[in-house]
Design a protein around this ligand. Structure first.
Ligand SMILES: Cc1ncc(COP(=O)(O)O)c(C=O)c1O
Length: 394
């Protein structure tokens, strides 16, 4: 009889169950909205990245439907063979103008943008200097590049400086940070890191996945927020979160973008977005430019909800954005908190090791512009009740 060479996978899963870390995929029964039905239960949804509610915005929906009618459902090829349509080029032009850079290249996802770009720009004799809490797609890009990876403690600019100072002068160096850290919601130390990069001639790269549509004028991101235009060589943004659709992009000089057209492997070897995706993203740029009051509503809701959690006595870490973690420590406790919240009508996903440090497990909350005050107050009341039942707050 053949023995199963994959038997170790079941052992690994069993170990996750024993540690209380086994993850059940919650199924969304309808649209991604502030109050949604997951697993057939109506809950206040604090788990999506749909910051501005654009997943169901009428202008995006209409643009996607019209593009499908006119252009079909697929692009039929990778960008470099036959899969570059007018609508892809229009999206890149619109994003470049929006970001105030010379050019933009769009990737299939933010993950592909980060991993594909770092791996294309660096090679094995180079160095990457990376914040310890940078996103997994940056870490994978660093590994793929085969450059030497030097990690500095979270936002420790002096440590990053010391690493750069001690490196040999010849090889290329890339200094990289998230604009907004996805699990803690704090901002990268952009002004200080840009200065360090300039001091040592390093390439400066910022992953603005959670800042796109959230920070800066009209949601232009942290580079705009900190007035760092012209000082960040490689800006990554995502179209999958506040923009409400799917994709990622790199903004920079024409030369950088032309280089990525030739060398970024996800661009070269994976099919481009369907026309509906590109058209909906163009419509999202229209919305960001013409309806900035949505972003104001996001920030009003963020202030209200954060203040409520803090007043209840929860540990919300160092968040400066609509991502507000409720840090509880043990992974099993975070999962229990998440489950009990869900049973009481609030969906806030539990996050544990390896996504965050073992002793910093949490539930992560993200409010959106489209939550009503009643929904947010209901969520706070449920947090208060369940937090007390579990002994997390008094
Ligand atoms: C900081 C950060 N960068 C990049 C990504 C990847 O973006 P996408 O979902 O578009 O692949 C994410 C998404 O989880 C993220 O949080």
């Amino acid at each position: 009889m053949r023995t199963d060479p994959l038997a170790f996978l079941a052992t690994d899963l069993q170990s996750l169950r024993q540690q209380g870390l086994y993850r059940h995929l919650r199924i969304l029964d309808g649209e991604q909205k502030p109050k949604s039905s997951f697993d057939h239960r109506q809950v206040v949804n604090l788990s999506s990245n749909n910051y501005l509610g654009l997943t169901t915005h009428p202008r995006l929906r209409k643009a996607a439907l019209e593009a499908t009618e006119k252009l079909g459902v697929g692009s039929g090829s990778v960008r470099t063979i036959a899969g570059t349509m007018d609508i892809h080029m229009e999206l890149e032009r619109r994003l470049a103008a929006f970001k105030k850079t010379e050019a933009v290249v769009v990737f299939q996802s933010g993950f592909a943008a980060n991993a594909g770009t770092v791996a294309a720009v660096l090679s094995k004799d180079d160095f990457v200097i990376s914040d310890e809490l940078n996103h997994a797609s940056i870490i994978d890009g660093c590994r793929l590049s085969r450059a030497t990876i030097k990690v500095f403690p979270h936002k420790d600019v002096e440590a990053a400086r010391k690493i750069l100072r001690d490196l040999p002068a010849g090889p290329r160096k890339l200094l990289i940070t998230d604009g907004v850290f996805s699990m803690d919601g704090d901002l990268g130390a952009l002004p200080e890191l840009c200065a360090v990069a300039e001091e040592f001639g390093a390439i400066m790269m910022v992953d603005d996945a959670h800042a796109s549509g959230v920070f800066g004028k009209n949601g232009r991101g942290t580079i705009d927020h900190f007035e760092m235009h012209g000082r960040v060589d490689i800006q990554v943004g995502t179209l999958s979160k506040a923009v409400g659709v799917l994709g990622g992009y790199v903004a920079g000089t024409k030369t950088l973008i032309e280089f990525l057209y030739h060398r970024a492997r996800p661009f070269l070897f994976s099919t481009s977005h369907p026309p509906a995706v590109a058209a909906a993203c163009v419509a999202a740029v229209d919305v960001l430019e013409q309806e900035p009051e949505i972003i104001d509503r996001l920030w009003d809701n963020t202030r209200f909800f954060k203040a409520g959690l803090n007043a209840l006595g929860f540990n919300t870490g160092l968040s400066q954005s609509p991502i507000t973690p409720v840090i509880v420590g043990e992974g099993a406790l975070a999962m229990k908190l998440s489950d009990r919240l869900f049973d009481s009508g609030v969906f806030a996903q539990g996050i544990a090791f390896p996504t965050v440090a073992r002793d910093k497990a949490r539930v992560r909350t993200i409010v959106t512009a489209t939550h009503t005050r009643d929904e947010l107050q209901f969520a706070l009341d449920v947090f208060a009740k369940v937090g007390r039942e579990l002994g997390i707050i008094k």
